[in-house]
Design a protein around this ligand. Structure first.
Ligand code: PHE
Ligand code: NA
Length: 501
């Protein structure tokens, strides 16, 4: 059956899709602030080390597992050992949670692209975002009001994603990335060039890149570097296993991982330059230091940037470039994440692509549309994002590495498989990175964030709220993963093809 599996049309197609998945909101709104907070220019050192000792090795492993078994995570891990199927479904559950809220952010970006033309958010972008746009409740809690202004763009986002997935790996995912990724590059480069010509740009760049070498003695800086790499490369939740499962038997692995990894990092540095040049302009205009205007995440994209855009000559144009870039970067990542869910169900039930997209993708879309376009959406999103990252992705990756590296001792086996077709040979260092360095760092990250968690409630949110929107969601993903893996599946593996046999 795996013989009939869909395949990428070309190596470039696969690479573009893999880069499309990796390049996301994390590059644009997470990296710049992380680098700034953690040593500025000096951050690049731990960042590079994290890339080389954990990011690339794990990326290569995921590509190898995907291509070896040519199945999405649950079915692939099951072939390693029956109980490991639970780790696969755990990742699928994590993808489900992330997809529901990630789509929401893409929808905001879509809406803000429209707002860029003369919307009056200028006077108080914060009040506009939380109030007029999101109708966000003052306190975390359950939903009590539906917000149409978010619902409709979100519905559009889901329609686009499901249509692309329904078209299949080659005609849908690959083609979408071949269109979107060059577009993203053009928009983003234009944006960065415009940002660099703004008054005060160099002040921003100084703030970002001036190195604070003392930061390197601080453990939390290293944790931040590894955290950024894991998040940014989309490793640890089955996406790369899934995408690599559509590779041909002879496809290069290690080299592709290198290309995808460095492309992602280049985009991150580029985003750092663009974002900080823009923040420098803002600081200059307000006559304050850059650290007064630094923001990240939702606050950067939907509050700080709108404020800047409304002060800038040619603001609407800049706004469109920025929010379109955000929307496209997010959309290509969202596609990859939903494909994990769809593909996993297909591989275990034998369901064909279209019914799988409609049912599985449909359920994900409905969940997303029911929870997030509400007055509670912002707080739930915030909590889900934090907990699923800290106690979902990180733990699942750790469990996977322990099983592969220590319980089954399969790293040499996968090394041989990767080397068979790769231009670049793996060595002992690869196994050391995966069996020792990465698990140690992941474990340390885990302990560190748990300590912070017990110290004070995340975001100052009430315990009763975090109990379900944070711990409940992250723990639920694990529980659901285990339960689904216990179902005695029937049905033949899927036989979808892009071209009839
Ligand atoms: N790698 C993405 C980024 O850097 C994050 C991501 C990808 C999250 C895919 C979810 C799904 O933004
Ligand atoms: Na990324």
């Amino acid at each position: 059956a795996q013989e009939n599996r869909e395949q990428w049309g070309s190596r470039t197609g696969f690479l573009l899709a893999a880069i499309g998945s990796a390049v996301g909101l994390g590059n644009i709104w997470r990296f710049p602030a992380e680098a700034y907070k953690n040593g500025g220019g000096a951050f690049l050192l731990p960042y590079l080390i994290a890339l080389l000792t954990a990011g690339l090795p794990l990326l290569i492993l995921e590509y190898t597992v995907g291509r070896k078994y040519r199945q999405s995570p649950p079915a692939a891990f099951r072939q390693l050992t029956r109980p490991a199927e639970a780790i696969g479904w755990w990742q699928v559950a994590i993808c489900f949670v992330i997809a529901t809220y990630y789509a929401t952010i893409v929808a905001w970006a879509v809406r803000y692209t429209g707002f860029s033309f003369g919307k009056d958010w200028g006077k108080d972008p914060e009040a506009f975002f939380g109030g007029e746009f999101l109708h966000a409740a003052a306190k975390p809690g359950g939903p009590s009001e539906f917000v149409g202004g978010v619902f409709w763009p979100l519905l559009l986002v889901w329609a686009v994603v499901l249509v692309i997935l329904a078209l299949g790996v080659r005609r849908g995912i690959e083609r979408a990335n071949k269109i979107f990724m060059p577009m993203l590059l053009v928009f983003f480069v234009a944006l960065v060039i415009r940002a660099l010509t703004l008054d005060g740009a160099s002040k921003g760049l100084d703030a970002l890149f001036s190195p604070d070498w003392d930061a390197l003695t601080d453990g939390s800086v290293w944790i931040a570097a590894y955290g950024q790499i894991f998040f940014s490369l989309s490793i640890g939740f089955g996406i790369m296993v899934t995408y690599a499962s559509y590779l041909g038997r002879r496809a290069d692995l290690s080299n592709s991982a290198l290309v995808a990894g460095f492309a992602n990092s280049s985009f991150e540095i580029l985003a750092g330059i663009g974002v900080f040049a823009t923040l420098g302009f803002m600081a200059q205009a307000q006559g304050v230091a850059v650290d007064k205007v630094v923001a990240s995440g939702v606050g950067l994209a939907f509050i700080a940037f709108p404020a800047i855009i409304s002060e800038m000559p040619g603001g609407p144009f800049f706004g469109v470039l920025f929010f379109l870039s955000l929307a496209i970067a997010g959309l290509t990542s969202l596609i990859s994440i939903v494909q994990v869910i769809v593909s996993s169900v297909q591989d275990r039930t034998g369901m064909r692509r279209l019914p799988a997209v409609l049912t599985v993708g449909g359920v994900t879309a409905v969940a997303s549309l029911a929870v997030f376009p509400t007055d509670a959406g912002l707080h739930i999103l915030d909590a889900c994002d934090h907990f699923i990252n800290q106690y979902g992705i990180v733990l699942a990756a750790l469990a996977f590495l322990i099983v592969v590296g220590w319980v089954l001792r399969k790293l040499s086996f996968f090394q041989a498989h990767a080397d068979e077709t790769s231009a670049l040979r793996l060595g002992l260092w690869w196994r050391v990175c995966l069996a020792v360095i990465t698990p140690l760092v992941l474990g340390w990250m885990m302990v560190d964030s748990l300590r912070t968690e017990l110290d004070e409630n995340y975001g100052g949110m009430p315990t009763s709220f975090l109990a379900w929107a944070g711990w409940g969601v992250a723990g639920g993903a694990l529980l659901v993963g285990i339960l689904i893996s216990l179902i005695p599946w029937r049905g033949a593996p899927a036989t979808d093809q892009d071209t009839p046999a």
